[in-house]
Design a binder for this molecule. Structure first.
Ligand code: G16
Ligand code: MG
Length: 217
């Protein structure tokens, strides 16, 4: 029985991935470090400080921790400026309809976002009311691909992981869902998300019927 659907935020509920990309690109440009959309793929679902390490990996800059914290803060300030302009129109296509249908079907909805900015983003989207629980990324020992964030969301919802479906746009997220013993829905392309149990190119293809069918398999 499908008890709950646990969603990633960036790239699934809204496209903040683009703002993360723009903010990291600006920081990399300022530091004179090469960065690209291809590299940005590796930052999806990855925590802020781990993302910074990836951005700096080929820079040859051996920065002390305090300097890295300042750079991460600078990126986050820029990112916060951009997400301050988010409105409910930025919910990805089909998401409001899907969340309404899940509520009507009595299926719980949880959030498993690595973003410390998730509460602000949900508020700006007018989406907080659809979620019965959200994992707290600040409390986690390990980020995605570790299953901890999805398991915490299931625990907060009071549901069994085997009766849950996770929805993700990042390879690390799909791995985290599967390690949690849940079925994984990937939003994106087979090149990145080949391990998903169900792969859909866009959020608009999501439906409660497809999710119920996936758990029956
Ligand atoms: C998101 C993004 C990542 C970002 C991370 C931390 O995760 O995909 O690119 O680095 O959150 O975000 P913040 O800097 O806002 O704390 P998710 O799990 O929602 O895809
Ligand atoms: Mg994501």
């Amino acid at each position: 029985r499908l008890e709950a659907v646990i969603f990633d935020l960036d790239g699934v509920i809204t496209d903040t991935a683009e703002y993360h990309y723009l903010a990291w690109q600006a920081l990399a440009d300022e530091l004179g470090v090469p960065f690209s959309r291809e590299k940005n793929e590796r930052l999806k679902g990855v925590s802020r400080m781990e993302s910074l390490d990836i951005v700096l990996e080929d820079s040859g800059l051996g920065l002390p921790e305090a300097a890295k914290l300042r750079l991460a803060e600078q990126k986050n300030d820029h990112y916060r400026e951009m997400i301050g302009r988010i409105t409910p129109a930025d919910l990805l296509p089909g998401i409001p309809e899907l969340l309404d249908s899940l509520r009507k079907g009595g299926i719980l909805v949880g959030l498993a976002s690595a973003s410390l900015n998730a509460p602000v983003i949900l508020e700006r989207l007018g989406a907080a009311h659809w979620f019965q629980a959200a994992a707290d990324p600040a409390s986690l020992r390990k980020g995605k691909p570790d299953p901890e964030i999805f398991l915490q969301a299931a625990e907060l919802l009071g549901v069994t992981p085997g009766n849950c479906i996770g929805v993700e746009d990042a390879a690390a997220g799909i791995a985290a869902i599967k390690a949690a013993g849940m079925k994984a829905v990937g939003i994106g392309s087979p090149a990145q998300l080949g391990d998903a149990d169900l792969l859909l190119p866009r959020t608009v293809e999501l439906s409660v019927e497809k999710l119920l069918e996936l758990l029956r398999q």
